[in-house]
Design a binder for this molecule. Structure first.
Ligand SMILES: Nc1ncnc2c1ncn2[C@@H]1O[C@H](COP(=O)(O)OP(=O)(O)OP(=O)(O)O)[C@@H](O)[C@H]1O
Length: 372
């Protein structure tokens, strides 16, 4: 099932657009994630695709057919909700069979589809249990079996793993992805969790501020973020954002401290520069320019996260080198050794330089100024 969203918009109150001009093409058999912070309109968009919320503007096509104003049952899709929406008084088997009975399928076919779906999600031994006697993960799998039994090729999922504990969530991610590929389903999957989207999806749509910020593969979004929102949404620890200025065509100064030679000239202006913590090397004090002061230290086992401050007061998050014992107040030298992303001053768009990014790991193009 392919899906095409063309300029979709939604208002609940007159003139208050909760979604504006959303366009995307989702290929058949694709796992497509919609991510963004709370309230950005993810569930609204999914419900518009399902036909549960009317579309205010734009067009929706499923398999080439315009379905913008069709009721849900004519869209040949199924939906899995965060709450699972199971009937508490029915067994697993009856829950999975419910929709097929309502659609008046012959009993033999219902039995065959239900048995197969329950088998696929590995719940055969639990088929006579009621939802209250199942674990969270098992209930989630019942909801999934119901979607599978419907044999709809398009499955919409709204935060289906968010009620599970962390360990089970990781396991279910793999299972969901395996089932989706095995059954050739097209899945549109809403989540606020960037890791979930990154690990499961073929393509991701990032929503923020009522509109699409970027659509791309997980690697695209990580390596070529369109703006500072996308840059800091993906990746942990988060991308650092620093105020920057080009005062001579090829010289960029970050936070009034760190100087970078650009491979191509940029207009003299203010910019915002993004640097991921793993693109910065922390040197022991004394071996380089001590130009950041440690504020807080967080030991994470293999990594030590350092919240530091540059001389102009800009915060910079760094990854400390293993055995070194850092303390608040320590001075550390920092060297830019990875990719720098240059955005306009407001962070709305990334500047395109050669290859789209500035590489700081070429020793000739990066220098660190000692301001202390
Ligand atoms: N029925 C409604 N009537 C009026 N406003 C609504 C309605 N449903 C949602 N909204 C508003 O629309 C915006 C988008 O809500 P939506 O639930 O789609 O966001 P979301 O990204 O799914 O958020 P979350 O991650 O918190 O579930 C919010 O500002 C919300 O308050």
């Amino acid at each position: 099932m392919s899906i095409e969203l063309s300029g979709l918009g939604k208002t609940y109150q007159p003139d208050e657009w909760v979604l504006h001009d959303v366009s995307a093409r989702i290929a058949s058999g694709e796992f497509f994630a919609i991510v963004g912070p709370s309230g950005c309109g993810k569930s609204t968009l999914l419900r518009m695709i399902a036909g549960l919320t009317p579309i205010t503007a734009g067009n929706l096509k499923i398999n080439g057919r315009v379905v913008t104003d069709l009721p849900p049952k004519e869209r040949q899709l199924t939906m899995v909700f965060q709450s699972y929406a199971l009937f508490p008084f029915l067994s697993v088997q009856a829950n999975v069979a419910f929709g097929l009975k309502a659609r008046k399928f012959p009993p033999a076919e219902i039995d065959q589809r239900v048995t197969r779906a329950i088998q696929l999600v590995d719940l055969t031994a639990f088929r006579d249990r009621k939802p209250r006697d199942l674990s969270g993960g098992q209930r989630q799998r019942v909801a999934l079996a119901r979607a599978i039994a419907s044999e709809a090729k398009l499955c919409l999922m709204d935060e289906p793993l968010s009620n599970l504990d962390a360990q089970l969530r990781v396991k279910m991610r793999t299972e969901l992805r395996r089932l989706q590929q095995q059954l050739g389903l097209t899945v549109i999957y809403v989540t606020h969790d960037q890791v979930e989207a990154m690990t499961m999806a073929d393509h991701i749509m990032v929503l923020h501020d009522h509109q699409v910020q970027q659509i791309g593969t997980p690697l695209d979004l990580y390596h070529h973020p369109a703006n500072t929102f996308v840059g800091s949404f993906f990746g942990a620890p988060r991308m650092n954002l620093l105020p920057a200025r080009v005062s001579e065509a090829t010289e960029l100064t970050l936070a009034q401290t760190l100087k970078v030679a650009l491979p191509r000239p940029l207009p003299v202006a203010d910019y915002t520069v993004g640097i991921r913590p793993n693109a910065i090397t922390v040197l022991p004090a004394g071996t380089g320019a001590p130009c950041a002061t440690v504020q807080t230290v967080e030991y994470l086992g293999a990594q030590t996260l350092l919240e530091t401050q540059l001389p102009d007061g800009t915060a910079l998050e760094l990854i400390g080198v293993a055995p070194a014992d850092y303390r608040p107040g320590d001075r550390v030298a920092v060297q830019l050794t990875g990719t720098l992303y240059v955005f306009d001053a407001q962070g709305r768009a990334r500047m395109t330089l050669e290859g789209g990014v500035v590489h700081g790991n070429d020793a000739q193009t990066v220098s660190v100024a000692d301001q202390s």
